[in-house]
Design a protein around this ligand. Structure first.
Ligand SMILES: *Cc1c(COP(=O)(O)O)cnc(C)c1O
Length: 339
């Protein structure tokens, strides 16, 4: 048996594209598929997003874009992160678009000028006079998910700086801004996390009508009875106060089930159960009310078990939970469905 199994639902990706398109109210949707589509599989997500209405793809690096180019030969592919000097030629040959956040604008390739309006990371402090290769003007919000008033301030700075260039495509919004700050939608929005059905604000994607696109399932390999005072896992961080049953599930942080997920809930045969003890690299224990058969299904993501909830337990954001999943064939199986 495979230790665990991932299912990517392209129907959910299409559905989420639809939700975002209606929120965007006429602005273009650019699908952000960096970091292997946030752990979902860019080769599968990118064509599905384009087929359902996204008009460009965004990645972080030139190699990410070059890997996707053969799969989406006609698509606009925008590299959001900085490109090294020796990457400009391959980028030009692959018909990519680059973002420049410094004074040296590459030539002979479509370029987006990035303005820093408050993110304090990459970005020009002042708009250069756009040369003829410039096709877009952009900025990135630091607080779209946490402080809308600062995001509005950033937007105002951006609009002021770019007011004379309305002929160029202006884009600022990420998922959180696209869903919550209508005035930030401008000509296009660069949406990642919402595309995957995950709430950019960390609550629950369903409140925006989004559907999680990834399921992750495993099974109980073995049910163990712990007598009072017996523990399970490294460090014996869980010790049974009374006789307790635990199910040993063959996934761990080597698969992306983070070590700080002790206490999070998963489904065992459809019922919510807690992860107890230390998550190890290849195995984890769940608390059970009694013995179950080996092979009893365990749902780690899906059917109401969300990346957002895991992230709250781990003290991180759902982005990091999904980006950390490792569906490599040596450890898990993976299928793509269209439900
Ligand atoms: C990653 C990224 C996005 C997408 O952000 P989400 O919150 O996932 O929608 C948008 N713009 C830039 C510049 C990014 O780096």
């Amino acid at each position: 048996m495979a230790r665990s199994h991932f299912t990517l639902d392209l129907g959910a990706i299409r559905h989420n594209v639809g939700v975002l398109l209606s929120a965007l109210d006429g602005a273009e949707l650019w699908a952000v598929v960096k970091a292997d589509a946030y752990g979902h599989g860019a080769e599968d997500v990118a064509p599905a997003a384009l087929a359902s209405g996204a008009t460009a793809l965004c990645v972080a690096t030139v190699p990410e874009a070059l890997a996707l180019r053969p799969l989406v030969p006609g698509a606009r592919l925008i590299v959001l992160g900085p490109a090294a000097a020796d990457e400009v030629r391959p980028a030009r040959e692959a018909r990519l678009e680059l973002v420049t956040a410094a004074g040296d604008v590459p030539e002979g390739i479509p370029v987006h000028l990035k303005l820093d309006t408050g993110m304090g990371r990459w970005g020009l402090g002042e708009l250069l006079t756009p040369g003829r290769d410039v096709v877009g003007l952009m900025t990135h919000f630091a607080t779209a998910d946490s402080d809308p008033s600062f995001a509005r301030e950033q937007l105002e700075r951006f609009l002021r700086a770019t007011a004379g260039h309305t002929g160029l495509t202006r884009h600022a919004a990420n998922s959180a801004a696209a869903l919550t700050l209508p005035e930030s939608r401008l000509d296009a929005a660069r949406c990642g996390i919402a595309l995957y059905g995950v709430d950019p604000l960390g609550d629950h994607g369903a409140r925006w009508g989004l559907r999680p696109a990834l399921r992750w399932e495993s099974e109980v390999a073995l049910a163990r009875r712990l007598a009072r005072g017996e523990g399970t896992g490294y460090g014996l961080r869980f010790v049974a106060r009374d006789e307790t049953w635990v199910g040993i599930v063959p996934v761990g942080y080597g698969d992306g089930l983070r070590r700080d997920l002790t206490g999070t809930e998963v489904l065992v045969a459809g019922a919510r159960r807690r992860i107890v003890g230390t998550v190890s690299m290849d195995a984890v224990a769940v608390e059970l009310p009694g013995p179950v058969d080996p092979g009893t299904p365990v749902t780690l993501l899906g059917d109401g078990i969300t990346a957002e909830a895991h992230a709250r337990v781990a003290g991180t954001i759902a982005y990091e939970v999904v980006c950390g999943l490792t569906s490599r064939p040596s450890r898990a199986t993976r299928v793509v469905v269209d439900a």
